[in-house]
Design a protein around this ligand. Structure first.
Ligand code: HEM
Length: 338
């Protein structure tokens, strides 16, 4: 059961009401509860929610557009995704709606994850490489965006380009265009960066070789929030756990969530003709072994690439569950079963 609320007070009162209802019915019982909450920022003396996550990045910019659905903001140039990639539908190309039909139709599958983010380890790693690369630049190369959300593809040298980048352009970029131009070798945004691995956009990848095409059949919808208090750099070793809590929604966990993690995040040979360092994985969320971890940052004008090694994972999965999100008709169907 997931509850969304506008304030911590509303969350607590609705949660308690639900638990009381569960106890009455006898069908459910509470075994665990975990609350996420947007990280807050003071503006004009008032706390306001932000889109920041614990490593300091702005999140929630690249959100999947569905054909026929509402337009996303900020917009992008990617082809909209087919609805059947997220909602179990008859016109799907690679699966059948599970039985019983009244239950399966229009539902979704989702992977629930609670991921601990080790902020101190991450910040220390950025600092420990400052003789090779500026820490903020390294943070940007790891993700694909500067921490303020500006994408490397639009501004590779600074997070504050002259004149700024309007919010509606923050997701409007491609890695490799239809004519092969763009950033095929990752000089702006490393091919191995988190965002570029997890959604390579029009970049040719294994199994899909057309520049400027779409890698949409493996897309995910993300809905999540941070948990734990905002990190205070003046008290780094406070011993408090921080992380992300949320869902990765799709219609085929095997072909979407598991495919992306197995083939793009944790594999070095996904990028078609581009050869990444063997053993390299997504530097932000890959499963790293310090004995062989490597992140290569290509440099422009023939300069030798920066090679970073010896890091362990900055994140750890604390909980995971494969879930089914029933449609409204399915809920009515369940209600009528008794
Ligand atoms: C705690 C771990 C993680 C952190 C800190 C993190 C952080 C980020 C950030 C900062 C962005 C760029 C913001 C944006 O464009 O909206 C991003 C994008 C994204 N992340 Fe993660 N992420 C994490 C884990 C994951 C996992 C486990 C998955 C999926 C298996 C995932 C999937 C995505 C996707 C699909 C995008 C959008 C890429 C695009 O469309 O260009 N992330 N992430």
């Amino acid at each position: 059961m997931t509850l969304h609320a506008m304030s911590p007070q509303a969350m607590a009162s609705y949660s308690d009401r639900l638990v009381a209802l569960f106890a009455e019915g006898g069908a459910f019982r509470e075994i665990w509860r975990g609350d996420g909450m947007a990280l807050m920022e003071m503006r004009d003396g008032e706390p306001v929610p932000t889109f920041k996550v614990h490593f300091g990045y702005t999140d929630g910019i690249s959100m999947t557009t569905i054909r026929g659905g509402p337009e996303r903001y900020p917009p992008d140039r990617q082809q909209p995704c087919e609805p059947w990639l997220f909602v179990l539908r008859d016109e799907a190309e690679n699966y059948f709606v599970p039985e019983p039909r009244e239950f399966g139709l229009n539902g979704s599958f989702a992977v629930f994850k609670m991921i601990e983010t080790d902020v101190v380890k991450f910040e220390n790693y950025l600092q420990s490489n400052k003789d090779k690369i500026d820490p903020e630049r390294l943070a940007a190369k790891i993700c694909g965006r500067w921490r303020n959300g500006v994408p490397l593809m639009l501004s590779p040298e600074t997070d504050s380009p002259p004149g700024g980048i309007p919010p509606e352009q923050l997701n409007d970029f491609e890695y490799v265009n239809a004519d092969g131009s763009g950033d095929p070798r990752g000089l702006r945004c490393p091919v191995g960066a988190h965002m570029r691995r997890i959604n390579p956009r029009g970049q040719p990848v294994t199994g899909q070789g057309q520049p400027g095409g779409s890698n949409n059949t493996h897309r995910l919808i993300r809905r999540g929030l941070p948990y734990g208090p905002a990190y205070d750099p003046s008290q780094p070793y406070d011993g408090i756990e921080r992380g992300l809590l949320g869902y990765f929604i799709n219609s085929s966990i095997e072909n979407q969530y598991e495919f992306v993690l197995g083939n793009w995040v944790n594999d070095s040979e996904f990028a078609g003709a581009v050869r990444l360092a063997p053993k390299s994985k997504d530097p932000l969320i890959g499963t790293q072994d310090p004995a062989e971890s490597i992140f290569v940052i290509p440099q422009a004008e023939g300069a030798p690439p920066i090679k970073l090694t010896g890091f362990s994972s900055f994140v750890a999965t604390k909980a995971a569950a494969y879930c089914f999100l029933p449609s409204v008709t399915a809920i009515k169907f369940i209600a009528g079963l008794g």
